[in-house]
Design a protein around this ligand. Sequence first.
Ligand code: ADP
Ligand code: MG
Length: 248
Amino acid sequence: MSLVEVRDLTKVYHTGTVEVAALRGLDFDISEGEFVAVMGRSGSGKTTLLNVLGCVEQPTAGRYLLAGEEVARLNDAQRSNLRLRRIGFVFQSYNLLPSLSAVDNVLLPTVYSGIPNAQQRARETLARVGLDGRAHHRPAQLSGGEQQRVAVARALINSPSIILADEPTGNLDTRSGQDVLSLFQELHREGITIVLVTHEEQVAEHAQRIVRLMDGRLESDRRVERPLDARAVLAQMLAQSERSEGPS
Ligand code: ADP
Ligand code: MG
């Protein structure tokens, strides 16, 4: 079954007297368990698409079905509830609360969802992203890569069906970026559906499929024959840096 079904999806923003058509009639499906990269130049509509898929914004026209539910038919409360249960967001700049520890940042979405044993689950989720030793660190005490892993844990805490990530490696050095990609690939292997926005070809090649937007339209949609294995790329990078440093 398709987890995401989008038909003639259109989003027009009105600012003052100016109209901007950010999405101009998109048609595509995403199956459960797919790992899709969305590419396109700045302004092509990538973030708008994620916001619509994430039920943060309503489309102006067209249809959007998430797990068979017509999102436009839901009222605000139902939509928030759907977002809370089904969707995990990851952002380029992590968006962690600076005054809260890692574990408290991960706990935030449970304040609204009220899942049982939230504390314990937050600990487990931090462990799952490899940060069990960092639960009481505040964001400023963590590296960029670690902060992004906290953000991924926060996205995972309510067991979403889909993770929407907007340029999640954009602020990271190559190695930490590769590390976050390897985490996404691991989650994908565990069955989570992932939509990852990037403007880097190398990053997109870690997905199974690349959807390209141009001026709010679907420019192309292709399978990746052999996705890059983030862990293998990491190992290669490490070996290379050791070689260039030479024997000590
Ligand atoms: P991308 O993420 O690919 O860079 P966006 O989805 O952010 O593109 O933007 C697509 C277009 O919609 C751009 O022309 C942008 O200026 C416009 N846009 C995005 N968000 C808004 C908004 N909240 N109000 C008005 N225009 C917007
Ligand atoms: Mg964007």
